[in-house]
Design a protein around this ligand. Structure first.
Ligand SMILES: [Zn+2]
Length: 351
């Protein structure tokens, strides 16, 4: 049996400025642009990961972002500019084989438009188990336990890169978005759940069990709410959009959407203000823990909750209170690429 390619990618062809020395950390701003000049000296880092090298820096990159409701495809040219984008429904009810067929057909359609050499990368909910080569931990349940990578490669007729969608988000923001120019980027998703990805020197750090960056399932309260992962008090149960709504309903007694909770908070409702203070504290605890382990050069927040501006003031203040250092230097910033980060990141991890 062919050993499936481990879903970690070293993107050749992307020159990255070295990070500024300590004390001179600066935010990189400006329009996203991918520099695909050929690197001559890719360093080999002592990071536990496999690397896959993009063969031709001039290649187009096809990215597929696959979720429970939609499959989105994109073509980037060699400079990282979007050429084509297409979105189709996942039709999850039609089953696994139908999803494989639909993704395969979309890839072939985009490849026909490219008309030349290209890479293909696919971002998926969940991850590929290193033990079985099959999907695990996906909210698109019909893919769980199935050899999605092998089946897609068979359908498409060429090898593909495949990776967790939070890793794709982190990759896109690290290479083209808010983390440009930073060596160690932690990309955080605060959406329905809480995911995350670590990019070091343009490579996704996948980890021994493909769970590097899964900060959503760090427990911050062993007596806290039961998580679907069977642990208690996971970060996700407190500060994801879904967890936040659930905790609000339990504590304040009203079932509201996240946006409605934010509106009440901004209107000065005392019960909501008290609840949100707890939310900021949970965020502060979770992020301070993360910094204590990884000390990244930047943390980029994505997902619906990341659009809550007070997270960057009141939330970051709670991080600063708990940091294991004399001051919080870590920039904690909003995403720049936003909703497209998943599909662009998928294109960047292609092989
Ligand atoms: Zn959990």
């Amino acid at each position: 049996m062919r050993a499936y390619s481990r879903p970690s990618v070293f993107i050749r062809g992307i020159s990255r400025p070295r990070p500024p020395p300590p004390g001179e950390r600066t935010e990189v701003k400006g329009p996203a642009h991918i520099d695909c000049s050929i690197p001559r000296d890719n360093p080999v880092h002592a990071v536990k990961m496999a690397t896959v090298t993009v063969k031709e820096p001039s290649m187009h990159r096809i990215g597929i972002d696959f979720g429970g409701t939609k499959i989105e495809g994109i073509v980037l040219d060699a400079q990282g500019r979007e050429q084509t984008r297409k979105r189709i429904p996942t039709e999850q009810a039609q089953g696994y084989e139908s999803i494989v067929t639909r993704i395969g057909a979309l890839c072939q359609e985009l490849a026909a438009q490219v008309g030349g050499p290209h890479t293909i990368g696919v971002g998926i909910p969940g991850a590929i188990s290193l033990k079985t080569g099959c999907v695990k931990g996906s909210n698109t349940v019909c893919t769980i336990g199935r050899p999605l990578q092998q089946d897609l490669e068979r359908a498409i007729g060429k090898p593909i890169g495949i990776m967790n969608d939070a890793n794709c988000f982190a990759m896109a923001e690290a290479i083209l978005g808010a983390g440009r120019g930073k060596q160690l980027v932690f990309g955080v998703i605060m959406g329905t759940g809480c995911g995350g990805g670590i990019v070091f020197d343009g490579k996704v750090l996948n980890g021994l069990q493909s769970i590097a960056g899964e900060w959503g399932h760090m427990s911050i309260n062993p007596a806290g709410p039961l998580c679907y992962c069977k642990s208690r008090g996971c970060v996700e149960t407190y500060i994801s959009g879904g967890g936040l709504q659930q905790r609000y309903a339990e504590q304040v007694g009203t079932q509201l959407t996240f946006m409605d909770i934010v509106a009440r908070y901004r209107a000065g409702d005392p019960a909501t203000a008290a609840f949100m203070q707890q939310f900021f504290e949970h965020f502060g605890r979770a992020v301070a823990n993360l910094i204590a382990v990884l000390d990244p050069d930047i943390i980029v927040l994505g997902g619906g909750v990341s659009n809550f501006d007070e997270l960057y003031t009141s939330g970051v203040a709670e991080v600063a209170k708990r940091i294991f250092s004399d001051s919080l230097e870590t920039p904690i910033v909003k995403h720049q690429i936003g909703d497209s980060a998943g599909v662009i990141g998928a294109a960047l991890i292609g092989v």
